[in-house]
Ligand binder design. Sequence first.
Ligand SMILES: [Zn+2]
Length: 51
Amino acid sequence: MSERICPKCGTSVKEILETGFVGCEKCYDLPEIKAAVDKMFGGKRHPKTEK
Ligand SMILES: [Zn+2]
């Protein structure tokens, strides 16, 4: 099982989730990071303004 890393900065998903810091904006494209960000900010979204 290989660990997913950001193709741009090379930071691993595990590292990002452990530290809470992303290496670059591309890190947000990783599915695991997207899911984590959704969890963190999901409650603040306004369903009415979403397309
Ligand atoms: Zn990155």
